[in-house]
Ligand binder design. Structure first.
Ligand code: ADP
Ligand code: ZN
Ligand code: MG
Length: 484
């Protein structure tokens, strides 16, 4: 895709940053208390994640009927950590646990403590735990725990957040057997957590919520479609198939946007096209009118045409879904692909192809204009990241072999931002750089020759893009086979 100087973008319909969280940030005020007499959410509202539900059902039982466990000498867990990327329903799940158990829910977020005066955070925590104990059985939810619980020594911890964390731990260590307060914490950065919080008796249970697979997406869509009139043609399973990489929040957001589009149009039902439009909006952001010169438009058109064309002539790529030079969100144009399956294992061929596809925007600019622009910075970042992973993590470089370079936390999982610790020599660092550069440069050379070879198609595609701003999959495919 083609982004301005600040790159936000995405490559595929995946790896999206979601709106998550915003729904439940109750400002900087006191921990929000949601009384559980009339639970507003139950496990029925949470789709997917059956295993997580099973484990959380246990927590519900502890809260409802602790005696059952105490009588048998079982230790009741004090803390549980929900780990998952933004929008996977961590906050939502925690509320459902409280709702399901019918207990009060105390909600706070690590971020609230970040800019507090020394001492204020700790006293707020004390207050919160006191209140919860008085209301017991009760659930305390600490969102974004990483904001106060970063590994000591890795970042500059303010003494306030450190005190806050200490106070949380002191409170948890001080729970009595009969206190019947359980603390659920959530994070999307398990890699930065201070191991002290994971010790037995603290957050010693962990539940990982991954992005939903096709089945999961289907179920989540069903939950959120319940109160929305869908037209006959809408097939949620098909929607699930086409939303690889969407989180629960993205899906919810998409259906909501679709409803808004239909309502604006004054229609009574939500059509497939509304959902399609809403999905694009969720992925790339809303349409934005921007002033552009004819030269900008041509550059963007060639850039996007380059991406699409090369994806067609390298192996194992996802089919092109739509190419557009309409500005949306941060991007000035985008080429969308439609992954056909959730990927578990990705081949080297596929990664190299992704790198090539990413570099193709820049290559097309260079080929046609003899000049290059800042528009490819986001593509370059992604391609470099992939190449680096190939060399350092996936053992895909002959020269450097099957060695992992850079220690990363075991808790991290694919697609996560993680911090690496350098565990290799200066010399190896140089070799890594060379290898990465070689992957990129080799790919770029090939991309250039592909574009040269198919320059007529490139011209044709760019021309149509300039004319119509959007080229859909079928038209693109037709154009590609024509003169083969
Ligand atoms: P997180 O806290 O992990 O960032 P949230 O709990 O804020 O995510 O999720 C945001 C919204 O996404 C929820 O309010 C809900 O509407 C939707 N959602 C996420 N996961 C699910 C799910 N498994 N089932 C139903 N809705 C979900
Ligand atoms: Zn691009
Ligand atoms: Mg949240």
């Amino acid at each position: 895709m083609f982004v301005g100087i600040i790159g936000l973008g995405l490559f595929l319909i995946r790896g999206i940053q979601s709106s998550g969280n915003k729904l439940f940030t109750f400002g900087k005020s006191k921990a929000k208390l949601v009384f559980g007499r009339k639970p507003d959410l139950t496990f029925d509202d949470v789709a997917n994640y059956e295993e997580a539900k099973e484990e959380l059902r246990e927590i519900v039982l502890f809260l409802k009927d602790p005696k059952r466990f105490l009588k048998l000498g079982a230790r009741i867990p004090k803390g549980l950590l929900l780990v998952g990327p933004p929008g996977t329903g961590k906050t939502y799940f925690a509320r459902a646990v409280a709702g399901e158990a019918g207990v009060p829910f105390f909600h706070t977020s690590g971020a609230e403590f970040e800019e507090m005066l020394v001492g204020a955070g700790a006293s707020r925590v004390r207050d919160l735990f006191d209140k919860a104990k008085r209301a017991a059985p009760a659930l305390i939810f600490v969102d974004e725990i990483d904001a106060v619980a970063r590994k000591r020594g890795t970042t500059i911890q303010s003494s306030s957040t450190e005190q806050t964390l200490n106070q949380i731990l002191v409170e948890m260590d001080g729970f009595e057997r009969h206190d019947n307060v359980i603390v659920i914490a959530a994070t999307n950065r398990p890699d930065v957590l201070d191991p002290a919080i994971l010790r037995p008796g603290r957050f010693d249970r962990r539940i990982v919520l991954d992005l939903p697979d096709i089945d999961g997406r289907s179920k989540i869509l069903e939950v959120h479609a319940q109160n929305k009139p869908l037209a006959k043609g809408v097939d949620l399973e098909r929607v699930a198939k086409r939303t690889v990489g969407f989180s629960g929040a993205d899906l919810e957001n998409m259906l909501n946007e679709a409803a808004i589009i239909a309502a604006k149009d004054n229609r009574k039902e939500i059509e497939s096209e509304d959902i399609e439009e809403a999905a694009t909006k969720v992925v790339v952001g809303p349409e934005r009118k921007r002033k552009r010169t004819q030269k900008d438009i041509e550059l963007i058109a060639y850039h996007e045409a380059g991406h699409a064309l090369v994806s067609k002539f390298v192996p194992q790529t996802d089919p092109v879904h739509r190419i557009t030079i309409i500005s949306r969100g941060m991007s000035l144009g985008s080429t969308m692909y439609l992954p056909e399956d959730d990927e578990l294992l990705i081949s080297k061929t596929k990664i190299v192809s992704k790198v090539k596809t990413l570099l193709a925007g820049r290559a097309a600019e260079e080929l046609k204009f003899n000049d290059i622009s800042t528009g490819a910075s986001d593509d370059i970042e992604k391609a470099s990241d992939l190449a680096r992973r190939m060399v350092m993590k996936y053992g895909m470089s002959k020269k450097l072999g099957l060695v992992e370079y850079g220690k990363s936390d075991k808790l991290k999982y694919l697609g996560y931002a993680y911090q690496d610790q350098r565990d290799y020599s200066e010399e190896t660092a140089r070799e890594i750089d060379n290898e990465v550069r070689e992957v990129i440069n080799g790919a770029y050379d090939e991309v250039r020759s592909i574009l040269k070879k198919h320059e007529q198609k490139l011209d044709k595609l760019a021309k149509i893009l300039i004319e119509k701003e959007v080229v859909e999959a079928d038209e693109f495919e037709k154009m590609m086979v024509d003169e083969k």
